[in-house]
Design a protein around this ligand. Structure first.
Ligand code: DAT
Ligand code: MG
Length: 148
């Protein structure tokens, strides 16, 4: 089953949004197979956001994502990568549709509450970076026959 990496960013943690955000994914039918409250190091931040190294906002991005703990998750489900990105809304919360996580909870692009992998390759890469060798929690979820 497809997996993705999602994290509530430091602004979302500080603003007490972990529960609301996790609840949306749970209610949608996605299965949580890893969760960790984690302080991101500068090295991990630079690696994770490597594709943005040359952007003018890179320094700000790294200092923001390391400014406090994040809530890192791996979610599993059919088409979870694209669907969870839709639930997050577009990058800039001012343009994100109401009803999306960024649309409902964010106000500026620099503090947009949540991260989610954007492709199968980035999901695999980001799960590797954040979870490493720790095994994902594999279990049968009793609601699965009602979701699928
Ligand atoms: P996304 O997080 O939607 O995948 P992205 O990968 O293009 O967006 O950018 C990563 C993060 O960088 C994004 O969540 C917020 C920040 N960011 C993007 N564009 C920015 C900009 N123009 N100014 C400041 N921060 C920006
Ligand atoms: Mg991205």
């Amino acid at each position: 089953m497809e997996k993705t990496f999602v994290m509530v960013k430091p602004d979302g943690v500080q603003r007490n949004l972990i529960g609301d955000i996790l609840s949306r994914f749970e209610k949608k039918g996605f299965k949580l197979v890893h969760a960790e409250l984690k302080q991101v190091s500068k090295e991990l931040a630079e690696e994770h956001y490597g594709e943005h190294k040359e952007k003018p906002f890179f320094g700000e991005l790294v200092s923001f994502i390391t400014s406090g703990p994040v809530f890192a998750m791996v979610l599993e489900g059919e088409n979870v990568i694209a669907t969870s990105r839709k639930m997050m809304g577009v990058t800039n919360p001012q343009e994100a549709a109401p009803g999306t996580i960024r649309g409902d909870f964010g106000l500026t692009v620099g503090k947009n509450v949540i991260h989610g992998s954007d492709s199968e390759e980035s999901a695999e890469r980001e799960i590797g970076l954040f979870v490493g060798d720790k095994p994902l929690v594999e279990y049968k979820k009793d609601d699965s026959t009602w979701v699928y």
